[in-house]
Ligand binder design. Structure first.
Ligand code: NAD
Length: 333
């Protein structure tokens, strides 16, 4: 079958090729899916898309017109797909519901550790032959309270690591994870209490209508002054303008960010010869108490293997049975 792979990156191609086992004719493009690029898929029954792609209603209409009947997401989140429209058109959509949750959980820990122990500043000073330690004081994680928002696959993996550090765990989720309570003694609480009591807050819930801007001025205003806020989930769960204000005026201590609300036009490409005109983003990365990575939480060999294998399995199952087990429907909204 002909499959058009949008937003394809050099780093993932070999993983996709290996998982495809020469079964399909794959066409790769660095372009993200949008109203203009939908036409590129003409002649392909299936496409594969990524987080930076736009599969909103108008784009889906175009895809349908060009003959596309199956969309295989190469990610967990599907906030960029209008599932209701897809269902109406009869376009099936499947995601990769899970792949190494450790990749993202460990990246969240990396952001936390780098911020807390001032690793980036320490390196910069050392390269200038400045070995003074005055600006590099961190805090012990042992005994601190860690608030985890979303305790699914990734949130649980993060919780287990923090449990190993000797932290006290607070959780906020619409569904309690009994196994996690048993393993880590995590205590579920309201979001307000989690915000008030935590020394570290890490976000691992999906982006949907109830989590958009879950973290705004109000949420930041009740957090501890020194709190270290980590978001490796989705950018729009956080109102970036309010986060910047909270970091600037000392309402919160620091932030480690792997996802940004307007990342679609910035991340996953080289802008060496461009000026980034996004003032919000420029402000965010300029702050000394912030580390931003470019949505690289999933970038481990294990995660890329898992993503490629599940994506190709989804395509194979759909081709063979006209349905697949990871199919999404509007009940997933
Ligand atoms: P998951 O479905 O296993 O867990 C999500 C958890 O969030 C579930 O326990 C769910 O009940 C909870 N939840 C849903 N709505 C909520 C709400 N309104 N408030 C609080 N909790 C809520 O998903 P996962 O595999 O752990 O992934 C979590 C998110 O991480 C994904 O949705 C995706 O956006 C993000 N992600 C980021 C990267 C990255 O590279 N940075 C990679 C993969 C996933």
């Amino acid at each position: 079958m002909k499959v058009f792979v949008y937003s394809s990156h050099h780093f993932e191609k070999s993983f996709i090729e290996k998982a495809a086992k020469n079964k399909h004719e794959l066409f790769y493009s660095a372009y993200s899916l949008n109203e203009t690029t939908a036409k590129l898929a003409q002649g392909c029954k299936a496409i594969s898309i990524f987080t930076s792609c736009d599969a909103s209603d108008k784009v889906l209409d175009k895809l349908y017109y060009y003959g596309v009947r199956f969309i295989a997401l190469r990610c967990v989140g599907y906030n960029n797909v209008d599932l209701a429209r897809a269902q109406k058109l009869g376009i099936k959509v499947a995601n990769v519901p899970s792949y190494s949750p450790y990749a993202i959980a460990e990246h969240a820990v990396a952001l936390l550790m780098a911020l807390n122990r001032k690793i980036i500043l320490g390196q910069e000073l050392m390269k200038k032959n400045d070995f003074s330690l005055d600006q590099l004081i961190g805090f012990d994680l042992h005994g601190k309270t860690v608030g985890i928002v979303g305790t699914g696959n990734i949130g649980s993996a993060f919780a287990s690591i923090m449990n190993g550090f000797g932290c006290k765990l607070l959780g906020y989720d619409i569904q309690e994870n009994k196994e996690l309570i048993r393993k880590t003694n995590i205590i579920y609480t309201s979001l307000d209490d989690l915000c008030k009591q935590s020394d570290i807050i890490s976000v691992h819930c999906p982006l949907n209508t109830s989590t958009k801007y879950l973290f705004d001025k109000n949420a930041f205003s009740i957090m501890k002054k020194e709190v270290c806020f980590i978001n490796t989930a989705r950018g729009s769960i956080v109102k970036t303008k309010d986060l910047i204000e909270a970091l600037e005026n000392g309402t919160i201590g620091s932030a480690g960010i792997d996802v940004y609300e307007n990342e679609k036009d910035i991340f996953f490409r080289n802008h060496l010869n461009n000026i980034i005109l996004d003032e919000l983003f420029n402000k965010l990365i300029s702050l000394p108490n912030v580390i931003v990575t470019g949505h690289q939480g999933f970038l481990t060999t294990e995660a890329l293997t898992g993503i490629a294998e599940t994506t190709l399995n989804n395509i194979n199952e759909w081709e063979e049975n006209n349905k697949c087990k990871n199919e999404l429907s509007i009940t997933n909204l």
